[in-house]
Write a protein that binds this ligand. Structure first.
Ligand code: G6P
Length: 469
């Protein structure tokens, strides 16, 4: 049987992860992969295959990762792995140290809600080990010397979905801190766009699962062109983590809901820390600014907690607007990047058509879609552009739109005079505003989907790890 599988695999083209059963060989499961992830789980009296550790964390935390070309034979009591020539291979086991309760709902109605509430703690876990004596420490990156960094002429951030939106926020922050051009490219586009990556390019790859096929392929393309790759990943030992030159883990714990929340927040704060770390190495950030940002990062978990206290207001606004067919998110700069994620969250789980636009682009087309009763979520947290946010709100109001605005606490009164509803986030350093703003937007999407009776944790047609092209 093993030989038959091996010979067949030599003839199969493309990407795959197989679990093969044969009635002539009862009690045995043969597994093989190419490009798509496949993980073996060691139990007592049972063994598993899965594409993601979260699928089996309730049963075992002892896992090993299969490599392309390997074939595994599993019975209830044993796992044997062979290479493509059928020579036995000694695999290294990894213990996943995630807390099992992290993969349970623990009395919450949905994993998504539980994961939204877990964000302050997840962010704390991600930042605490990386701050010592008021400095950012990243021993994982000791090989990235200032000399290497000084020769970097371009940074690409590559990702899909919400991870891509983390990149969109980070572009604004990193370009301002590092003074190096940062391009954020969808992984599915990067791999086919003949990218300008070479040895002077740093490619930062962001992925919660570490198994997204497009992201993996884009990273391989960057490596082929000589670029250094640094991955930001949540799942320890995942394919992207293993194949990047450097890896920084987010410590969000297992995320079960398909729509990401806590993984997004930990990616964002890790990108902030990393930006600060690189800026310090390059000498492009002053001491005062460095201290100011780092202090603000440390107060983030507490501030996120205060934003979570607005749940009742958000629930009320959701009940007011859950029946809309189309919802627009507008904002400028960091608020625009934030709107992209707010809009994606809403459409993913509530199935309401939603788009995010840079407010300045309204006049170039979108404003023709604004008609009486349309709902516009206007993001105006970024102080330098607050007055512009106000003008854009007046523009859409003049065309009959209803506006739910998000701003900082000290601008609530002013915003209240023009918007139909106002949500607020506490004052913080500008670059951390997206980390706070995302929370009410996640809750809004959640409550809208709840009102509409949607399957929140498993929205139709979507998958948590997208391991196909
Ligand atoms: C899927 C998930 C999204 C996620 C995207 C990228 O579409 O539903 O929540 O943002 O994949 O996943 P990754 O694991 O690479 O961050």
């Amino acid at each position: 049987m093993l030989e038959a599988v091996s010979r067949t695999l030599h003839r199969i083209e493309g990407s795959y992860a197989f679990g093969i059963l044969c009635s002539d060989y009862p009690g045995a499961l043969i597994a093989a992969r190419k490009d798509s992830p496949l993980i073996l789980g060691y139990g007592e009296g049972f063994n598993f295959i899965a594409s993601d550790v979260t699928a089996m964390i309730r049963y075992t935390r002892e896992v090993c990762y299969m490599e392309d070309g390997e074939i595994a034979v599993l019975t209830a009591d044993s796992i044997s792995v062979f290479n493509s020539e059928l020579v036995p291979v000694e695999k290294t086991r990894t213990t996943i140290d995630w807390d099992i309760t992290a993969a349970e709902k623990c009395g919450h109605p949905h994993f998504m809600f539980k994961e939204i509430l877990e964000q302050p703690e997840a962010v704390r876990r991600t930042i605490s080990p990386r701050i010592k004596d008021n400095r950012v420490i990243m021993p994982e990156l000791s090989a990235l010397s200032p000399d290497y960094l000084k020769n970097i002429t371009r940074i690409y951030i590559i990702a899909c979905g919400s991870s891509f939106h983390v990149g969109m926020v980070s572009k604004y922050i990193w370009e301002s801190l590092l003074r190096i051009p940062v391009e954020v490219v969808l992984a599915s586009e990067f791999r086919y766009c003949d990218p300008l990556a070479d040895k002077n390019t740093l490619v930062v790859v962001i992925s919660q699962s570490g198994e997204t096929l497009d992201t993996m392929a884009a990273m391989a393309e960057a490596k082929r062109r000589g670029a250094k790759t640094l991955s930001i990943v949540n799942v320890v030992g995942s394919s992207i983590a293993r194949s990047a030159d450097h890896v920084l883990y987010t410590w969000a714990g297992p995320e079960i809901a398909v729509a990401t929340t806590k993984a997004y927040s930990t990616q964002l704060v890790l990108m902030d820390l990393l930006g600060l770390y690189l800026a310090d190495l390059l000498g492009t950030v002053g001491c005062e600014q460095y201290d100011e940002i780092l202090t603000a990062i440390q107060t983030l978990p507490e501030q996120m907690q205060t934003v979570l206290a607005q749940t009742n207001d958000i629930q009320y606004f959701a009940s007011r607007w859950f029946n809309h067919n189309s919802i627009f998110f507008i904002g400028r700069n960091l608020d625009y990047a934030m709107g992209l994620e707010g809009s994606l969250k809403l459409k993913e789980i509530s199935y309401i058509h939603s788009e995010a636009y840079a407010s300045g682009e309204l006049k170039h087309g979108t404003i023709s879609l604004i008609e009486p009763g349309a709902l516009v979520v206007a993001l105006g947290t970024y102080a330098p552009l607050f007055d512009k946010a106000v003008s854009n709100i007046l523009e859409v109001k003049a065309r009959g739109a209803q506006v739910m605005a998000l701003t900082t606490e000290n601008r609530k009164e002013k915003m209240g005079k023009i918007a139909d509803a106002v949500l607020t986030v506490p004052e913080t350093h500008a670059i951390l505003l997206p980390s706070l703003s995302v929370v009410p937007l996640q809750l809004f999407a959640y409550y809208v989907a709840l009102q509409r009776g949607c399957d929140i944790d498993k929205p139709r047609n979507l998958a948590k790890s997208v391991t196909v092209e």
